[in-house]
Write a protein that binds this ligand. Sequence first.
Ligand code: 0X9
Ligand code: CA
Ligand code: ZN
Length: 474
Amino acid sequence: MVFLFVGMPSFVFATEVERKILVEIEIGKISDFIRLQEMNIDIVSRQLTPKVQAIVSRRELERLGEQDFKIHILIENLIKRFKEEIDTDGNLGKYHTYSEMVEELHKAAAMYPHITQLVDIGDSWEKWKGIADRDIWAIKISDNPYIEEEEEPDVLIVGCHHARELISVEIPLAIIRVLTSRYSFDPRIKYLVNNREIWVVPMLNPDGHVYVEEVYPMWRKNRNTNGYTDPAYQGVDLNRNYSFQWGYDDIGSSPYPWSQIYRGLAPFSEPETQAIKQLVETHNFVVSLSYHSYGNLFLFPWGYIDEDTEDHAIFERLGQIYCHNNGYVYGNAKDGVIYNTNGDMNDWIYGEQEVKNKCFGITIEVGDCFQPPSSEVPKLIQENLVPALWMIFLARWLPPTPIPDIRVNGWVPYEVPVHQGPLFYLESYEVFSMPVSGLPAGTYTLYFGVDTVMDGDVTWDSLYYDNVVVNVTE
Ligand code: 0X9
Ligand code: CA
Ligand code: ZN
C-alpha cells in the first residue's frame, strides 16, 4: 500500500529532476530506519520518534512509496523555499555567509585585541587541493589571550560540521559577540572571560557552507570529491571522520562515498577534522559544545553503542542545566533520543584519553525544523546563549573535583563532603547560604557555583562567581 497524503502529478518536468522535497516518513521499527539508510535516503532528523524527516527527489519518493513507507510531504520544493525564506537577499538573510563570518571575526579581533586571539587553525579541503582559498578560523577569548594560562579551564565551541545547518554558525558567533561586547561593563562576562580560555570555531566546514550559499542549499558534507565528478559521490561527513571507534559499524556511518554519512577513507582523513584534532591535542579542553541542527536536543556519548559512559550522571546534570529553560531534551543513543553514530566529535573528544585528556563532549541540535526561516535566528540564539554561558561557567568543575579549599585562616566553617561541587546541587549552595554570622569577624573566601537548586528559572542572574570574598563583621 502506498500512502501519499499530498497528490503528486504523474508527469515529471525535465526541470524538476533536481527538485528536492522535505518529507516525513513513519518509522515503525528500527529496521525501517536501517532500510532508509540502505536506500541512501538523506535523513535530516535523527530523533528516535515514530517519524523521521528526509530530503528526497521525485524518484526516491516513488521508490519509498513502492516500499510501503508511509510518507507525508512537508515542503514540496525546498530550493524554492530556501530562496523565499532564507536567502532573501542573496546573502542568507540573518544567517552569515562564509565571508560575512570571516569579516565578523576579524572585526571582533580588531575591536577587542586585549581579550581575543584570532587563529587560522587549518585549511579546508579545497584549499588543501589548491582550488579555493578558505581557512578554518578560531577565535580565542580570554584575558592575556596570547598566554596559555594553565589554571583557566579551556572550553571549545564548534559550529558547522554540516554545511546546511546554518544556525550552527550563528550560536557560536553570538557567544563571541556577548563575550566581547559586554566584557567592559558586565561583571559576570568579565569574570567568565578572565577565568576561562574560550575557543570558538564558528564554521568548521567552509567549503560545504559556500557550496550551500552558491550551488545547492541542502549540502551536508565537506567538498572532498572522493575522486568523482558527480556531486552525488562527493563529500565526507566530518562528523563521522573522528578516530574514536571510527567505522565501528556501517549503521552509525557508511563506507560508501554516496552516503550522507560517509566516514572517509581513514580516521582524520579530512583537513577539517585534522584542524580540530590539532587544536584539541595542544590544549586542555574540559567541555566542548558542537552545534548542529535540528531537533532541540542536548546529546552526549556514547554514540557508537547503546551504553552510558562512566560520567553519565555528570552529562545528565549538564543536560538538565542546559535544557532547564529551553526545554531541549538531553540524552544519548541509549536513551533513544538519537540513533547511533560512530566517528563523531563527541565520542572522540570524550573517549580518546591517551593523547589528550577526557573532555565532556556535547552536541546541541538547535531548533525544531530543518533550516528555520531567517526571521527565527534571534529566537534560536536566545534560547541557547545563556545555557552555553552556563556550560562555560561549569567548566570550572569539570571533571568534578571536590569543592576547593573553603578553609579560611585554617578554620573549616562548614563540612563539605567530597564529590559535591555545583554540579551536584545543594552542598555548594548551602555553603553560600550558610549563615556566616557564626564566623569570627574577618575576610573569607567562599567558593560556590550556581543556583543549582533549580527550583526557579535559570536566568543570567543566577550565574554567580566561582568564589566570593565575604566580609564578616562583629
Ligand atoms: O548525525 C549527526 O552527526 C548529528 N545529527 S545531524 O542531524 N546534525 O547530522 C548527531 C550526532 C550525535 N552524536 C552522538 N549521538 N554521539
Ligand atoms: Ca587567560
Ligand atoms: Zn549536523
